[in-house]
Write a protein that binds this ligand. Sequence first.
Ligand code: GAL
Length: 743
Amino acid sequence: MGEKKILFPKIKGLLHGGDYNPEQWLDRPDILEEDIPMMKKAGINCVTLGVFSWSVCEPVEGEYHFDWLEKVMDDLYEAGIYTVLSTPSGARPAWLDEKYPEAMRVNKQGLRARHGVRHNHCMSSPIYREKAAAIDHALAKRFGKHPGLVLWHLSNEMGGECYCPLCVKKFQEYLWEKFDHDIEKLNHAWWTTFWSHRYNGFEQVEPPFANGEGSIMGLNLEWKRFTTRNTLDFMEGELAVLKEAAPGIPATTNFMMLYNGLDYREFAPRLDLVSWDCYPRFHNDGETFRDTMLDNAFQHGVMRSLKKGQPYLMMESAPGLVNWHPYNKLQRPGVHRLAGMQAVASGSDSVQYFQWRKSRGSFEQYHGAVVDHLGTDDTRIFQEAAGLGSLLKKLAPVSGTVVRARTALLFDWDNRWAIADSKALGEQSKKYERVCMDIWREFAGLGVEMDIVGSDSPLEDYDVVAAPMLYLLKPGVGKSLTEFTERGGQLLATYFTGYVDENLLCFLGGFPGEGLKELFGVVSEEIDTLYPSDRNSVRFEDGREWEVREYAERLRVSDARVLARYTADFYQGEPAVTCREAGKGRAYYVAARCAAASMRELFEELLKRAGIPLRPLPASVEYHVREGGGARYEFYLNHSEEAAAVKDVHGLELVGDRYVDGELTLGKYGVAVICRGSGLEQGPEEKGLEQGPEEKGLEQDPEEKGLEQGPEEKGLEQDPEEKGLEQCPEEKRLEQGSEEIKG
Ligand code: GAL
């Protein structure tokens, strides 16, 4: 089951918290006084401070005001609440923009922003970097050894592009490096002879301004890559300051769902842990609630796969509602707990919110919060948050365990960008992300965990790999997929695979390129884009048919078994689904777009061949397994308002404190966690981490000793409930007998 990877040895469990902005209430000590007692009631053990607090922390240039922050951190710590401390670089104070307008971003139209809103600084601006580094340094020096500090939160939801002259110059330098100082290499890679777009030097290359060059696909893609690189460079600048001034504190930055603007896979290795902000549109009228939940599960899957083998954090989520969806509908009762538990089930070691308390004015005054303008703890949302808080406390032993998968879906940001920008297929029907999500959801429906990794990620942990619409092939991917099947892997690819190389030049001599036409034993000769009302289907020898919509490739099959053929149109009877024995494994090619649900049997076949067991589940139930430290936790989440019964469940159910031996019944939006193994005892390696050198060091620091041994901490250690959990051998609880669980 592997070892546990405890992210925060001090916290002893899952994080429950969120963004806390006391700086908005400094003139209301009466309100600030209420916060901590209310947090305790809600089971909050961690808050995020400092996000967007620059103008309070440095009201005039070079004058830092941190006393308020220190008081808040001290008070929180005394109360057993830890701090995630953010650098304030997500939004600039007015004095900075007034004095250094070059810190403001230039948009695609070439217009410099004026002061205002947030996330709109130039990532290259030396003065902006300098000012951010200075306040980060001051923060790190002042708080780096604070015993309540557990994590740095870098900026906030980094994103966007800047087209200022500095960024343009940096882009040109980036290209100069990338193309070995040789403009002819760039000209070739971008095929610039087309439309007479050849460059004589790197200084002629401009990013894709709105009124400028937008027709060179290689340029557009490289600009995206550069923006990732430049943003990363900015983030690394902040990181370096913190790590140097306050060593030993881990760092993260909060990602935004499937944000398209940055390749998060480039960011993950630089961070100690991954975190993200999760805002599904619950109860919308365009999809079922289950659809919303499953798409959200996919996003959790992306995040947990960014740093495999360790938990991640759900850094933000909305208590009750957001204020920026097209319709800001209230989350129905029970959804708060269900969505929070979905995060934990998916491998998150936290449920954190935006935000603790609703702000009184300005842009987000109506965004959901644990504490409403009403200011009391008896609101529905507060109660739901508090209920989840107690449940998370109970599930403390889950922290540090991880989801492990033997199947993987290949999903690349480069490929997203390349497909979206390709002048091919149907404008509205490319839907790369949708196709990936649908396939992933089918595996989830079969009760199988599936990682979501890059096409160039190592594949040795996997026995089944799905690579839908892998249009762009990075160097080495063909080889890696071939090796994967050689050693026995089951591989599935689809139409629109392997058309272009990393510069978006088409492979010559037949798609898919990079050795994949040999691996699959097929060449794709043409791709037909169907109108929305067009239909075709593919028929298997046993008579099964899958409906085809939107795309159909015409294949030449050189060395593969034909499993299904088209039933209509001028390519009626031609191969549509093929399979080739490749080494010890198999390479399947599905040449047409068929609903993932109709392909389920094929997925089952792949899993069966790989010896991966399925977990039969009712249609509304989501299932995950977290493992580590000798324990295994099975999570069951019911997406339905109707009860659901899961068969063949055995073990101690932690939500209801009952033993289940047979059928598990989940009520409306019910959740259940079955524990197997020694999950309720404190594993040796967990103990080791708690007494790790860093912690020990802190304890020995005379200045901090007082705080380290603060009354609340001691209280936590002596908490009878916690103690009971740690000391209660699983067997004892198993004796409590078998009962059906009502979620
Ligand atoms: C996030 C952001 C928060 C807050 C929240 C509202 O994207 O990081 O600061 O604006 O959205 O949902």
